[in-house]
Write a protein that binds this ligand. Sequence first.
Ligand SMILES: NC(=O)c1ccc[n+]([C@@H]2O[C@H](COP(=O)([O-])OP(=O)(O)OC[C@H]3O[C@@H](n4cnc5c(N)ncnc54)[C@H](OP(=O)(O)O)[C@@H]3O)[C@@H](O)[C@H]2O)c1
Length: 224
Amino acid sequence: MKRPRIILNIFSSVDGKTTTARDRNVTEWTAKGLDGDAHEYTNRLYDELNCDGLVSGSETLMVFGNHWVELDRPLYEPKKSKAYIVFDGRGRINWYQSDGLLVVTREDVSNDYIQQLKEKEIPYIQAGKGDYIDLHLALEKLYEKGFRRLGLNGGALMNGAFLREGLIDEVSLFFAPLAIGGSNTPSIFDGPELETLDDAAKLELLDMKKLRGGTVWLHYLVKQ
Ligand SMILES: NC(=O)c1ccc[n+]([C@@H]2O[C@H](COP(=O)([O-])OP(=O)(O)OC[C@H]3O[C@@H](n4cnc5c(N)ncnc54)[C@H](OP(=O)(O)O)[C@@H]3O)[C@@H](O)[C@H]2O)c1
């Protein structure tokens, strides 16, 4: 199967939490000046890593829209990305902003949702039926559309699903100078527990940097 290379690029607290608590928009860290510029660094790195598309999970978009956080200056917008690709398997999102958007959904999603995408002229692909999008098939279709290097942008369940399917090739992490804690707080990778340690993804450190603002960057290759 030909698929784009997947580069997880995300920022978290030092304990690996990717937001304050469930249903909280992580942009509040940036708005309060607490993220050590990790959000901005993450956005800039998509271009340095030559990502031609960015991928997000549906819950991230729902939280973002329902718990809007205003910033006093806009964050860097990646220039090399041709599309913001949202995996909305259940067709939950009512889209109001469609510029540069590409939706991935299931083949058995409701007709109403497909109608919405058509009316708003939002490009979409369908991959798999049942509980979730078929991630392998979705990536194959994205490859056919010309995508070669996708930046995986969270949230936790989306990252965890890609991890379990062995679909992550590189891991880029910005650790902001914060400790959040919490047992149910979204983390870098969430999802079902591992059954055996043999299935853990083994990483090779490629690079690391201490950045201004107290943020630390680590870049790993996933050993196949
Ligand atoms: N710090 C950061 O860099 C960062 C980045 C992004 C988000 N966040 C934060 O993360 C939070 C949201 O994260 P979240 O984990 O709740 O949600 P999420 O990962 O954004 O959304 C869950 C996604 O996972 C999909 N999914 C779950 N299991 C799957 C499987 N086995 N196969 C295929 N797809 C599967 C769901 O599919 P369906 O659509 O079909 O349900 C859904 O698209 C927000 O608070 C946001 O602020 C932080």
